[in-house]
Design a binder for this molecule. Structure first.
Ligand code: ARG
Length: 468
């Protein structure tokens, strides 16, 4: 099948007699995926050229030509005026080939002491560091939307659920602030992942390091890396930073999915706890009355991609011997997909939450069902010196009695309650009304409006420090 007449790759074809088979060529080309690395690749090459000049491996004139050429290429790509050639495999060789055309022979020195193995590892780290910053900013924006809604609903009563069953009264603000906390952990997980991303592999060359007198520390500083890699074999084959980001993003993904799941439940006609803005809903092609929470469903459904991408990356890495193997080229599709999904969903969910109108009346109404203050009644007995286990038993009986009469415990007369325990007095009323009992959860982490207000203030200060 190989065609002898086919041109060999000008960047590595020295030892080859014939060009690559067509299928092999298209199979190995990664340009459609990795061209997104062009900014990082050019930034890396400019800094590398400066270091080559410091090491006297190129002259100032050559450096000038290379820089001018790379900036010209940057402009061409940004303006979508660049001819990407799949025959040149990837972003690195496309840019280098073009550089030879625009900068002449000087360009042929840019790859001195460098391999695509350390180049791609460096480019990917630079790209992912920037994307991670962007995702962190989007997380902050979403948190801001949540804070705003929470602030407006510090006092709005809603049933808190366990097992999706009515459990105890909470405030809607408290529920929303739970989302804030989930996203806060995501923010710091990403911050942590950035530490290990910020290590520069450049100077590792193909696998063994370089003989040239390249100032790696200065190069790292120019590129914004905190550290330089300390083992060339590890540096060109390590993709832990991709795995860690994919893992952090899959946790973001499941958080967004869980938040969306709640929004979907709340919008159902049975719950009717919130209304969503028209701009994030869609209708049905047959049922004229429908207004469906499709964006929330698509975030919930789409988040499974972040899990699949993590599993894909782990499977990709698990059998790779040191050092570089071409398998590594496959890493980008997975991580880019997780990044794209996360960026879009964070922005979209901000829109959804921003336009989400709570139905405060319905939520409150439901707080008067489900024997919601049964635990408070047990607490009441405990405050009157009854051991908790005994109080639990007594209240269980009261609940069964109320249910047999199709009533709520707060609807029972004092005389009826007294049949179960003589220590129950008039003051029990304050322990049966959900509007009152919610005020009692004043400990740090609790749902009382005063406590939630405190947490919102702390969150506001923290958010303004984190936001860039
Ligand atoms: N496109 C390749 C990748 O993304 C670049 C490195 C190629 N190195 C090699 N030795 N063939 O991994």
């Amino acid at each position: 099948m190989a065609k002898k007449e086919k041109k060999v790759n000008p960047l590595w074809g020295g030892r080859f007699e014939s060009g690559t088979n067509n299928l092999a060529q298209s199979f190995s080309a990664s340009i459609n995926t990795d061209k997104r690395l062009f900014e990082a690749d050019i930034k890396g090459s400019i800094a590398y050229a400066e270091i080559l000049k410091n090491a006297k491996l190129i002259s100032s004139t050559e450096l000038g030509k290379i820089k001018k050429g790379l900036n010209k290429i940057l402009g061409e790509i940004r303006q979508d005026n660049f001819d990407w050639d799949p025959a040149l495999e990837d972003v690195h060789m496309n840019i280098e080939s073009r550089l030879v055309k625009v900068a002449g022979v000087a360009a042929k020195k840019i790859h001195t002491g460098r391999s695509r193995n350390d180049q791609v590892a460096t480019d990917l780290r630079l790209f992912l560091m920037e994307k991670t910053n962007n995702i962190q900013n989007l997380l902050c924006l979403l948190q801001e939307c949540i804070l705003e809604k929470a602030e407006q609903n510090v006092e709005s009563l809603m049933p808190g659920l366990t097992h999706l069953q009515i459990a105890q009264p909470v405030t809607f603000g408290h529920h929303l602030m739970a989302w804030y906390e989930m996203l806060l952990r995501d923010y710091y997980r990403l911050e942590d992942a950035k530490q290990r991303m910020s290590v520069m592999p450049l100077g590792s060359a193909a696998l063994s390091g370089t003989r040239f007198n390249i100032d790696r520390k200065l190069l790292a500083k120019k590129l914004g890396f905190k550290e330089i890699s300390r083992n060339s074999m590890d540096a060109v084959s390590d993709r832990d930073f991709v795995l860690e980001l994919a893992s952090a993003l899959s946790i973001v993904g499941i958080h967004l999915s869980r938040i969306c799941e709640e929004i979907i439940i709340w919008t159902s006609s049975q719950y009717n706890y919130v209304n969503l803005a028209d701009e994030v809903c869609t209708g049905s092609s047959i049922m004229p009355q429908k207004k469906n929470p499709d964006m929330a469903e698509l975030i919930r459904g789409g988040s499974s991609k972040t899990i699949a991408n993590l599993i894909g990356l782990l499977s990709l890495m698990k059998n790779l011997p040191l050092t570089y193997n071409r398998d590594l080229q496959e890493d980008k599709e997975y991580i880019f997909n997780s990044i794209d999904f996360t960026e879009d969903s964070l922005a979209l969910l901000s829109l959804v939450i921003d336009g989400m109108e709570p139905n405060i009346e319905k939520m409150k109404q439901d707080c008067f069902t489900g024997q919601i203050t049964a635990t408070d009644l047990a607490d009441y007995l405990v405050e009157k010196n009854m051991p908790f286990r005994q109080a639990h038993e007594v209240v269980g009986k009261i609940v069964a009695h109320a249910e047999s009469k199709d009533m709520q415990i707060f609807e029972l007369d004092l005389s009826e309650l007294k049949k179960f325990s003589k220590i129950i007095e008039q003051d029990v009323a304050g322990y049966l009304n959900p509007e009152k009992t919610v005020l009692s959860r004043r400990q740090t982490g609790g749902t009382s409006p005063s406590q939630v207000r405190k947490e919102i203030n702390i969150a506001r200060r923290d958010l303004s420090k984190r936001k860039s």
